[in-house]
Structure formats: C-alpha cells, structure tokens
Design a protein around this ligand. Structure first.
Ligand code: HEM
Length: 417
C-alpha cells in the first residue's frame, strides 16, 4: 500500500526536504535526530514513505494504521456557502501536498506575509501521513443548503448505555483525522488546515493519540492498549476486499450517491480507570476480555490467532470465555454478524487534578458502512460488558467520510459539485 519514493524531489510543490537546502533523505533525518527534533522512522531507511492521497477511497481507513494521531473536530462559523466550498478546495490541495511531504502551497518567501506553511514539519519526511475528512450531521442543517445531501443514516448517535459524555468532546460539523508515523507531522497537518480555515471554521475539540490500538492489515503485528492487552486481533483486515465491501464501504444502495465508496466514522473518547484496572488480578483481567494477557490467545485456545470457542465449558459446566467477556459480547457471533473496522489510538491527557488519577484511555475510531453497526455493538456491550466497570465513554461523534479524490477533484466536489 505504501508507495516508496526516494530522493527529495516532489511532483509539483516545494518538498519540505529541499526547502532545508538540499539535505539528502538520510542526512535530513540524521540532522534532525541529532538536534533532538522528531524525525520519522522513514528517515532512517532513506525511503520517503508516502501513502497516495488520491484513490477510490480516502487514505487513512484501509491503509495500514500509523503510530500517531491528531484528530480535530471543527464547527463552521461562516454562513457563506461559497466560503465553505472554497475552504474545502484549499484544504484538499494542502492535504495532498502535505502527504507528499511538501510545504502547504503558497510559499514561505514573502517577508511581509504570514507564511502559508506554519513550518514545524519543514525537513521532516512524509512519514506515511494520511489526512481523512469527515462531514458531521450538523453540516447538513439549513445553513448551507445541504439538507437534501444528508444521508439518512447520518444523524447524531442516540444516547447509549455507558455514555458519560462531556459536551466539550461531542459532535462537530467537520473532522480531520491526520495519522502519521511522526507526531509532529500529524499535528502539523491539523494545525495548517485549521490555520487555513480561520474565518470559516473554528476548533470544536481535538485529540492527540499515540500508539495505534489496532492492526488494520494482516501484515501488521497486533499492538497493545493501555490495559496491556493485544488489541485488534479479530479486527477486519483491510486487505480483505470482501469484508471491507460487506462491512466498511458505503455501497451502491446508499441514498446519497456522493457517499458511495466512503464510510461512516464513529469516534468515542473512552477513559480507562487504570488505577482500578491495575489492581485487578491477572485472572480477572483475562476473564474481562476473554483472552490471555501476554499471548492474546482466547481463553479457549493457545495462540493469538486461535478462533475463540464461545460454546466451550470447563469443569462444573462454567463457560471458559465468561458470559460477560468483552470478546464474546463484541463478537459477530453475538451480534448477528455485525463487524466494524477499528482504527483507534491510545491517549493521555495528563492527570485529573482533584484525584491525581491518570486521564487516559482509548480514543476509539471505527469505520463502518452504517452507523447502526456501532449502535448495535454498544447496546450489547453497554453496562453488561465486564470491561464497562473500568471504562467511561466521555466523548462521541459521528462523521460521513466521502470516497477518495482524483488528482483533479477535491473535497468540495462531494457536497457542492
Ligand atoms: C476502552 C475500551 C475498549 C478496550 C480496551 C477494548 C479492547 C478490546 C480487546 C483487547 C479486544 C480483543 C482483541 C481483538 O479482537 O481486537 C477487543 C475486541 C473487540 N472490541 Fe473492544 N475494546 C474497547 C471498546 C470497544 C467498543 C466501544 C467497541 C464497539 C462498540 C468494541 C468492539 C470490539 C470488537 C468488535 C471486537 C472484536 C470482536 C470479535 O470480532 O470477535 N470495543 N476489544
């Protein structure tokens, strides 16, 4: 999936590398590393890791999950439809350039103007950056004449069991999911789009994530979440086209042609009560998920990829994978075949000052062809899931992510084309 591009030459714009004065690929990485700046892993092997921006689907969904996330939800402040449409055109051009490792178009030479690119990624490699846009239900109200373009399924999520939502982390007219192997590259993408959007959008909320909590392709090793468990073992593998078509991509049956080939994104900010979790016995922790902590194997198996046997009973007839285990309740077997593509990240936001407890957890991101898939799962998990004792859902949002662009189209065209 990753297209390797060597050297610092770029197709059209100003490469961030050449901007530094022609330092070679390895040299730039080494120079930045030695000055303590974050140089993406890509620099070490001399290959610029570029994920193609254009394609039938947006990058950042089926493409391999990177290590870092900057996620931003925005509200539109203008009531001028053309201004919003123009911003979407400019955002597309900037996102396309940044994913190639180029400076935001507009240059950085005019001493009397604010630089078009804020600069903090100058010299850094592309780092597999993907920039994915989503449109929230509120964008389709009466402000921009978009009501007839709203897919029926794009409505604010209903109240769900487990909700303890903080309004500061709910909703948004638009979202940008920027993922990269370098946190500074991901942050830079959101920072620059927000800057370009001044006067048109304002930040509603933002979340940084470190450490992916899901593998999304069969080639990736399964990472661990902050509870110490392998996460993503039975995730949909994005290289399985049939599963992606069946569960993730919006199909031809959608009421809105512009969304076909896109996907719905559910974002849930889930706090983990780690101090309580950490005091739990190993047996209890494993029973909570239904998997062994170190190997990730289901309690009915030996190795991580063993298929869980939900029917298996041990001595005395008790279920080996408990009735309230997370993997039982979340499984397609327990939910009429419902599956989703999880693509979340661990996060920490420091500590809660009153108690001194860690504020952190899972920034759950999942893609699906219909938001009802998430609703079904969360209604089943709700308060019954053994895990629910240790987590709190504190943020929530739903977005429709349009399909991909071509080299000559933009995010504007989906809504205003
Ligand atoms: C902090 C909260 C959560 C944690 C720590 C967590 C962790 C895990 C872990 C360790 C697994 C087993 C490995 C795997 O197959 O990936 C798993 C599976 C799964 N989780 Fe979660 N999860 C959380 C919240 C959720 C939520 C909110 C949903 C959806 C509403 C969800 C849906 C799933 C699904 C669908 C599976 C795979 C089940 C299967 O295919 O058999 N999880 N989760």
């Amino acid at each position: 999936v990753t297209a390797a591009r060597t050297g610092s030459a770029s197709r059209s714009g100003v490469s961030r590398r050449s901007f530094l004065g022609g330092i070679g690929a390895v040299g730039a990485g080494a120079a930045l590393a030695s000055t303590g700046c974050s140089a993406g892993r890509a620099a070490a092997d001399g290959i610029e890791h570029v994920v193609p921006f254009d394609g039938s689907h947006q990058a950042g969904i089926a493409t391999p999950a990177q290590d870092r996330l900057a996620f931003a939800a925005f509200d539109v402040t203008t009531s001028d439809r053309d201004q919003l449409a123009d911003m979407l055109t400019r955002w597309t051009a900037s996102a396309r350039a940044m994913t190639r490792g180029e400076l935001v178009p507009g240059g950085m030479t005019d001493q009397l103007a604010a630089p078009a690119d804020t600069g903090e990624a100058a010299g850094l490699p592309p780092s597999n950056l993907t920039v994915t846009i989503g449109f929230g239900p509120s964008l389709f109200d009466d402000r921009f004449g978009l009501a007839s373009k709203r897919p029926k399924a794009l409505a604010a999520l209903p109240a769900l069991p487990g909700d303890e939502l903080d309004p500061a982390f709910v909703g948004g007219d638009l979202c940008i999911q920027a993922c990269a192997d370098d946190p500074q590259v991901a942050f830079h993408a959101v920072h620059n789009l927000a800057r370009q959007g001044i006067g048109t959008v304002v930040h509603r909320w933002m979340q940084l994530g470190f450490g992916r909590t899901s593998s999304t392709t069969s080639a990736q090793a399964t990472p661990r979440n902050l509870m110490g468990f392998k996460d993503g073992t039975r995730n949909i593998s994005a290289d399985d086209a049939a599963l992606m078509d069946g569960h993730v991509w919006v199909g031809a049956g959608s009421d809105q042609p512009w969304l076909r080939g896109g996907s719905y994104l559910v974002a849930r900010r889930i706090r983990m009560l780690l101090e309580i979790w950490d005091r739990n016995t190993l047996a209890d922790q494993e029973a909570t998920f239904g998997r062994a902590k170190l190997s990730g194997a289901p309690l009915t198996g030996h190795v991580e990829r063993d298929v869980p046997d939900f029917a298996s009973r041990g001595a005395g007839g008790t279920r080996v994978i408990p009735a309230d285990a997370h993997i039982r309740l979340a499984s397609p077997e327990a939910n009429g075949g419902v599956r989703i593509l999880r693509r979340g990240y661990s996060f920490t936001d420091g500590i809660e000052t009153e108690t001194g407890s860690l504020l952190g957890g899972l920034f759950f991101l999942a893609f699906m062809r219909d938001p009802q898939q998430f609703v079904t799962l969360q209604r089943r998990l709700g308060r019954v899931d053994a895990l629910s004792e240790y987590i709190r859902h504190t943020g929530s949002a739903l977005f429709a992510c349009p399909p991909g662009t071509t080299a000559t189209s933009s995010w504007r065209d989906h809504l205003f084309g």
